[in-house]
Design a protein around this ligand. Structure first.
Ligand SMILES: Nc1ncnc2c1ncn2[C@@H]1O[C@H](COP(=O)(O)OP(=O)(O)OP(=O)(O)O)[C@@H](O)[C@H]1O
Ligand SMILES: [Mg+2]
Length: 419
């Protein structure tokens, strides 16, 4: 069973929370000010981008100040009624057992549309009359719906921490997992996360799970892929889709192209479809999608795209009949993509050779590397003199010669001949 590292290594205390030091301090002082009587603003409104530690800050402070945390996810229960029932809790300073209490309404953004107008109003009323600290959390406090509510709140902004700060958290997690990353590896992951501490930890886990060492090679290909969070969600919606339509629609959310998405589904379906029959079904669907991909390539008729999408989304979603959802299974980066980008340098050389051949033979670079290169390989292997002549004629550099000759020794001989 897998445990998400964001949960396993969730900071216990504010000392372990990285970044936003002043915001945390402000919240701590405001909470403490309740000891001296009702403060001017009875609610603190924490706002800021996802994954920077808003929720865990409240949890850690409650622990440190020995206050009871009564938590409610605002989007779970949207009705005005439900929120009003919650209001009772905020109307007394102490809890049943005499301790102090914080009432937390998290993920306020979840309240949407007209139906939830009442919800925001109900929250505003709770705040006006609260007798214990109320903490509200949302990604944006500046939504017009929050205008009135906002005026009753002490606004505390959480910002995206700089990469160097995100790095500190990765170092902590890495030490706790007993992983020895090569220099710069964690820095690289931290930079990629763009201030999202949670997704940095998720990235790190996806790359390092089960490893004791992590090299720069293991991670450098990350530079070529899109943000993980969104693609994870898309793949999840497809593999766990309940309706064909839902699974199909997920494609619109993906910020990767169809081929890349195919790789993601192909890589991840096996670990999420635990029932062999389900998996066989899903693989059949993917095979069909691949057949149509082939047709597109051959005919350049892009109208086949719709079949590719249907098979790889709805086809995969509907395959799920008996597979159980057991625990947390992480999504993996497609290993084929990883290989591709690892051999990126080699592919670049191959392409450059193709370009050289194109210049002399007047055929496309692709055709050159597919059709001419294999013959060059045979010549370079068997006849160094002829190889040197060709290398000179094509104007190949030593790296290209080595690529065609395949061994350093051979390449050395050929290079010596033609220079
Ligand atoms: N500043 C941080 N320091 C250490 N870990 C962090 C920090 N921010 C986030 N994390 C990690 O990410 C997880 C999620 O953090 P948290 O729930 O506090 O984010 P959030 O800001 O509330 O995001 P959202 O807006 O999506 O609710 C934590 O459990 C922790 O593992
Ligand atoms: Mg949160």
């Amino acid at each position: 069973m897998y445990t998400a590292w964001t949960v396993k290594h969730k900071p216990d205390s504010t000392a372990e929370i990285v970044g936003n030091f002043l915001s945390i301090k402000a919240l701590r002082e405001w909470l403490q000010s309740w000891d001296k009587g009702l403060p001017k603003k009875r609610a603190a409104f924490l706002h800021g981008p996802p994954g920077v530690g808003k929720t865990i800050t409240v949890e850690a402070l409650a622990r440190e100040l020995q206050m009871e945390l009564v938590e409610k996810n605002a989007s779970d229960d949207r009705t005005e009624d439900a929120i009003n029932r919650f209001a009772g809790l905020a109307s007394q300073y102490g809890s049943l057992f005499g301790g102090k209490r914080i009432v937390l309404l998290d993920e306020l953004d979840g309240l949407t549309g007209n139906a939830d107008r009442g919800g925001v109003k109900a929250i505003t009323n709770i705040v006006k009359t609260a007798r214990c600290p109320v903490v509200l959390i949302a990604n944006s406090a500046y939504d017009p719906r929050f205008r009135t509510l906002r005026s009753y709140c002490f606004l505390i902004e959480f910002k995206k921490p700089a990469a160097g700060i995100v790095l500190k958290n990765l170092e902590r997690v890495s030490a706790r997992e007993g992983i020895q990353p090569e220099e710069n590896v964690l820095k690289f992951i931290a930079q990629r996360a763009e201030g999202d501490v949670r997704s940095a930890v998720n990235d790190f886990q996806a790359l390092a799970q089960g490893k004791k060492q992590l090299t720069y090679n293991d991670v450098s290909w990350l530079a070529h892929r899109d943000r993980q969070d969104s693609i994870f969600n898309v793949v999840k919606l497809i593999i766990y889709g309940r309706t064909a339509l839902g699974a199909k629609k997920a494609v619109n959310m993906a910020d990767v192209d169809i081929d890349m998405l195919f790789e993601w589904i192909y890589e991840n379906a096996p670990s999420h479809l635990t029932d062999p029959h389900d998996l066989a079904q899903a693989m059949d669907a993917l095979a069909m999608a691949d057949v149509y991909r082939g047709r597109i390539r051959a005919s350049q008729d892009w109208s086949f795209t719709r079949y590719v999408i249907d098979y790889m989304t709805a086809g995969v979603a509907m395959a799920r009949q008996n597979s159980k959802t057991s625990g947390w299974v992480p999504f993996k980066f497609p290993s084929r993509i990883m290989m591709l980008s690892r051999s990126k340098a080699q592919r670049a050389t191959r392409k450059n050779i193709g370009l050289k051949i194109r210049r002399k033979c007047h055929i496309s670079a692709n055709r050159a590397s597919n059709e001419v290169l294999p013959f060059l390989r045979i010549i370079f292997k068997n006849n160094v003199h002829m190889a040197a002549g060709i290398a000179k004629w094509l104007d190949l550099d030593s790296e290209m010669v080595e690529y065609i000759a395949e061994t350093k020794a051979k390449a050395g001989k050929i290079n010596a001949l033609f220079s």
